[in-house]
Design a protein around this ligand. Sequence first.
Ligand SMILES: NC(=O)c1ccc[n+]([C@@H]2O[C@H](COP(=O)([O-])OP(=O)(O)OC[C@H]3O[C@@H](n4cnc5c(N)ncnc54)[C@H](O)[C@@H]3O)[C@@H](O)[C@H]2O)c1
Length: 339
Amino acid sequence: MTGGAGFIGSNFVRFWLARHASDEVVNYDLLTYAGDRWSLADVEQNVGDRYRFEQGDIADASSVRRELEAHRPDVIVNFAAESHNSRAVLDPAAFARTNVLGTQVLLHEAKRAGVGRFHHISTCEVYGDLPLESSEAFTEASPYRPRTPYNASKAAADLVVRAFHETFGFPVTISNCSNNYGPFQFPEKVIPLFTTNALEDRPLPLYRQSQHRREWLHVDDHCRAIEAILERGRIGETYNVGSGDERSVEQIADAVLAELGKPRELKTYVEDRPGHDRRYLLDHSKITTELGWRPETPFAEGLASTVAWYVANRAWWAPKKRSIPDETAWVAPSITAAS
Ligand SMILES: NC(=O)c1ccc[n+]([C@@H]2O[C@H](COP(=O)([O-])OP(=O)(O)OC[C@H]3O[C@@H](n4cnc5c(N)ncnc54)[C@H](O)[C@@H]3O)[C@@H](O)[C@H]2O)c1
């Protein structure tokens, strides 16, 4: 697995090892600001030789080749990415490098090493956005219309993955997932940002267009979806993974404040990020019909347990708060020099 020291990857490593007792996992991760090896400290202590951490860059061909030769994996799941839209506005080149070039390098080396299966983790954001009042939902056949540098880099990576299947017959699958939430998410993302700011009695920054909505899926449901695709998915196929549960940013802020018993006055309104998408909604009927997967965690339950995790794990998130980008950086005149 690549990117297993990040939010979804670390949840997936723990999930997979608990459910697949004879499997071994190698976690290949560059440890950027978003990666924390100690998110898996319990796994390092408890599963012995079944888990290995290797630090490296998916865009570094010789490093990838060395690790593939050393470990000979049957399957690669590619979580590694630059993942934060706000950072992509300030430094788009980093996103093209890791998300596009890195995926290309990984595919090339995986094919060369004869890896039997490559699953690529992608996002609903490749499809572009929807009007707030639309009844449309994106299917796997919807055209790619990315609007931000992050979305564009993920869309480009998906196309490279598909090309390796069409051109070389390489055994790939792709999942495009909606917004995830849960434990171990870097506190720059909206639910942990709001939760940790509220815990510190600091303002919660909402973009002025605070009615913009996202479809929320608990990370455990995402892990089960990836497992279903790895076990039963058809090679060459893409699967949308969503919950159908949409919430506006305003509703998220209110729910977090209510959960923590903090005042609504902590909400503050800041300029929208350029290119901020209005809304995404996925039609996930394909994975439900074909693979029998469906979301299981109700939002209220998942949010309560996530907020409780941040309350109990201040030592994990407090140092990370120092490297959160300023959500108003794009209104400053120095925007072009900000990277
Ligand atoms: N978080 C979401 O809501 C969401 C939704 C849909 C899809 N996704 C996708 O899921 C994947 C994981 O997202 P996340 O939220 O866990 O991200 P994250 O930012 O928390 O973690 C990314 C991980 O990748 C590692 N990494 C970055 N560049 C690397 C490189 N060049 N080589 C090796 N490792 C590198 C980082 O160190 C980090 O551990 C991404 O591909 C993202 O696009 C995320």
